[in-house]
Design a protein around this ligand. Structure first.
Ligand code: 2HA
Ligand code: ZN
Length: 271
């Protein structure tokens, strides 16, 4: 059996959480990541018959029975994942009943998965129906995206349109746009269900005055989606109080989308 501390998926979790912490997006215990792993890659490092303990999830994830995820821990800080992955991360498998998580590794101090597990697993279920290759769900509190929530209407067409105007590549990176939820109580099955419903159409979902969710095939792709929204939101916040002299026009966005061959939300443009 290989040493799990050398596993590429542990390394990716360490690198990504450290990077997000350094960007100032994940203060204290803010943010969480879940990453679906292949059984074959995990069994090189762990005995899959050895369950450390079982933890109830409090919701039904029948579609994910037998699936294995590496997930950040509840109350744990992104800042600390790199130096102590075994306490701050856990590897869980969804048990046959669909409502229990079997702990295979991690949460060494007796901890458990993020309080946002409902939003994560429900989003995985929703995205897998649209894209069977989806593997990652990521939640974060990126500074400018959050700031923008306070000064911009929380309407997904208007919010997406503003972001698309802020950087030329936005419509190419997230042609499907950004879903937006109003402020809701976090950590609940209700916000999980609302997020998953948006994930049927969007890979990015803003949680009003809280943060953002992203979903993708790889850690890089998912991080890149959130990073691009955050960059656009930063440009918006740097210019929102100044007279706007220039902008990227809707006709130019169509030109971009057509040139790069992306299927964009035509109803989010005003033409
Ligand atoms: O886990 O970000 O939304 C901490 C959070 C909750
Ligand atoms: Zn949060």
């Amino acid at each position: 059996m290989k040493d799990i501390m050398t596993a590429p998926f542990v390394e990716e979790m360490k690198k990504t959480t450290a990077n997000m912490y350094r960007l100032g997006w994940d203060e204290r215990n803010g943010g969480n990541i879940s990453y679906m792993l292949e059984e074959d890659e995990v069994k090189e490092y762990l005995d899959l018959d050895k369950v450390i303990r079982t933890i109830s999830t409090g919701f039904d994830a029948t579609d994910l029975i037998g699936k294995i995820f590496i997930v950040t821990g509840t109350g744990k800080y992104f800042k600390n994942v790199e130096s102590d992955p075994e306490t701050n991360l856990g590897i869980i498998r969804i048990a046959k009943d669909g409502t229990t998580a079997e702990l295979l590794w991690g949460y060494k101090d007796g901890g458990k998965f993020t309080s946002e597990l409902p939003a994560h697993l429900m989003s995985h279920m929703a995205r897998l129906k649209v894209d069977p290759e989806n593997r990652v769900v990521m939640h974060s509190h990126p500074t400018h995206t959050l700031a923008m929530n306070y000064v911009h209407e929380l309407d997904e067409k208007k919010f997406t349109h503003t972001l698309w105007e802020m950087c030329t590549e936005c419509i190419v990176v997230f042609p499907d746009g950004v879903g937006v939820l109003p402020w809701m109580l976090c950590g609940t099955n209700e916000i999980g269900e609302a997020t998953a419903k948006k994930m049927e159409y969007f890979r990015l979902v803003v949680w009003g005055m809280h943060g953002i969710y992203g979903a993708g095939k790889t850690m890089d792709e998912t991080f890149g989606l959130i990073e691009t929204v955050e960059k656009a939101a930063e440009i918006f916040m740097l210019t929102a109080h100044l007279p706007r002299i220039n902008t990227i026009k809707d006709e130019e966005m169509v030109e971009l989308a057509e040139f790069f061959g992306v299927n964009y939300r035509k109803d989010f443009l005003n033409i």
